[in-house]
Write a protein that binds this ligand. Structure first.
Ligand SMILES: [Zn+2]
Length: 528
């Protein structure tokens, strides 16, 4: 008898030792990531990746912190793997993380890439992490998936209640419009209602996990003046790190795509019901070890991928130089890889080549360098989804108007930023939107001349842009081809042909051959 009591007492003591520090005295640590499309890391495994996040999570847990993971959305699509598994490989990886520390996730627009609801329902049903949403509801017709989405979400940290509100992007603002998800575009009103409801339920700390444009997050951050429990908002959609800090506003943070840069946010409660927030931006590089257990999972998915695509690691050609296709770069300036891809578009419909072509850099998904040997995998990862092309004709004046959409908004990286071929363009970002192109020039013998306003030019664009995607408004009152000639194969073909001639592909971008120039202060000349 005594022995049993002693054992129970020992067990109680043990459990008290094991749980008390983690939940009570040691505070909360959040890790925030967003826009992740890979099970593994990028840049030959040297940058980003969930594995390094897991290492950081375990380190904080070892210090006794109560660790939670926040994900700002965009992970099911698009990627090479999502074409095979519809994002279930990402769900598996995120379930792994959730087993280490609870993970709370908002849907991004890419979770709704599929036209039908079945794949989303399957992903939600396979998820062990929590899907959060306050301005949207699933209407997939699958009851268990639809009811899995949590609104007004709270969790307990010791005797403290933490509330999370979540909003995602509406179709009118660059999101996907699908009949299996109902989205309220009034983000600010939803956020305020949700925060008030969380306050009423006694939340000690309120945070936002969002997938909207940065300016919307900044707007919502001002709600702190009326709702002091609102500590911070973390989000996704932008693929480069974002940080906003102003007096009387909540902090806003976003990381870089594929967990290249994430945020650690420590929250400590003090006795007079207040809290202290300490945020730090963490670059995930080789200094952070990979987690051995996670690596087993990563290797499993790599093996499965190679079973489906045994030719994935086959060498198809050579890069003449280190071609930059990292999203932060390719979404804000021209790069040699972007130029090479756009150049192939002009030949998509045979000879003679089209005059002009451009593509939104958001279509180029590899988020990596392409250097030395070009592998089939580099092509597969660049085109996470099929991109069929169309040709049509536009006058020079119309074309210039169309291109203005590519230079709207702020200078930070944007998926609609164009990679171009057959012309060069000079932009003054200090001018008002849709009036920023200072000069748009086409080749003229050995030189260049301003595009002719009244001349008709043959233009090749992805079907996505022809249909009005990414804010490009292409006139449709004349002949246009049907969508044809998949860009992935044009690019592959060009590399293979060069390889047959023993030639590498890609040209460095130099001051002499650049296609895009953004004026500083609007004073210097456009092109010399
Ligand atoms: Zn997004």
């Amino acid at each position: 008898m005594n022995k049993i009591i002693a054992l129970i007492a020992a067990a109680l003591l043990l459990s008290a030792c094991a749980t008390a520090p983690a939940t009570q005295s040691e505070g909360l640590t959040f890790f925030h990531l967003n826009d992740t499309y890979r099970v593994g890391a990028v840049e030959d495994g040297t940058a980003g990746g969930f594995s390094r996040v897991v290492t950081l999570m375990r380190e904080q847990q070892a210090r006794g912190r109560d660790v939670r993971i926040l994900h700002g959305g965009d992970f099911l699509y698009p990627s090479l793997e999502s074409q095979l598994w519809d994002g279930l490989q990402m769900v598996d990886a995120m379930n792994f993380m959730d087993a280490v520390a609870h993970m709370y996730v908002v849907s991004g627009n890419h979770e709704f890439d599929r036209r039908g609801p079945e794949q989303l329902a399957a992903a939600v049903n396979a998820s062990e992490f929590d899907w959060l949403g306050d301005n949207y509801r699933f209407r997939t017709g699958d009851e268990s998936a639809d009811s899995a989405l949590r609104s007004g979400f709270t969790f307990q940290h010791g005797d403290k209640t933490v509330g999370i509100f979540s909003v995602t992007l509406h179709g009118d603002h660059g999101g996907n419009s699908r009949d299996y998800v109902e989205i309220d575009p009034d983000y600010l009103a939803v956020a305020e209602r949700s925060i008030a409801a969380l306050e009423e339920r006694g939340a000690d700390l309120i945070i936002g996990v969002t997938h909207v444009h940065m300016w919307t997050d900044v707007e919502m951050a001002q709600l702190k003046t009326k709702h002091p429990k609102l500590a911070f908002i973390v989000g996704g959609h932008e693929h480069e790190p974002q940080f906003y800090k102003m007096p009387n506003a909540a902090l806003v943070m976003k990381g870089a795509s594929n967990a290249r840069v994430i945020w650690q946010i420590d929250v400590d409660f003090n006795n007079d019901s207040g809290y202290v927030v300490n945020e730090s931006r963490i670059v995930l590089d080789e200094a952070i070890a990979l987690d051995p257990e996670y690596e087993v999972l990563a290797a499993k998915w790599r093996r499965r991928l190679l079973e489906k695509f045994p030719f994935l690691e086959a060498r198809v050609g050579m890069a003449a130089e280190k071609m930059d296709a990292r999203e932060e770069i390719i979404r804000s300036t021209e790069t040699s890889w972007g130029n090479f891809v756009a150049d192939q578009m002009r030949g998509a419909f045979g000879d003679p080549q089209a005059d002009l072509a451009f593509i939104n850099s958001g279509t180029l998904r590899i988020d990596d360098y392409i250097e030395d040997d070009i592998l089939f995998e580099d092509i597969g990862r660049t085109f996470g989804f099929s991109s069929f092309l169309r040709h049509t004709t536009l006058t020079g004046a119309e074309f210039k108007t169309v291109m203005e959409a590519g230079y709207r908004g702020g200078p930070e990286s944007q998926g609609y930023f164009p990679q171009v071929s057959g012309f060069r363009v000079c932009v003054d970002r200090s001018r008002k939107e849709f009036d920023r192109i200072v000069s748009l020039q086409v080749p003229d013998g050995d030189g260049w001349k301003e595009i002719e306003a009244d001349r008709e030019y043959v233009v090749v664009v992805p079907d996505f842009l022809y249909g009005g995607g990414d804010g490009y408004d292409i006139p449709k009152d004349r002949f246009a081809s049907r969508p044809a000639s998949e860009l992935k194969y044009l690019v592959l073909d060009a590399i293979l042909r060069a390889q047959g001639l023993g030639k590498p592909v890609g040209e460095p971008v130099t001051p002499e051959n650049r296609r895009h120039h953004s004026l500083r202060e609007g004073k210097e000349p456009c092109f010399n």
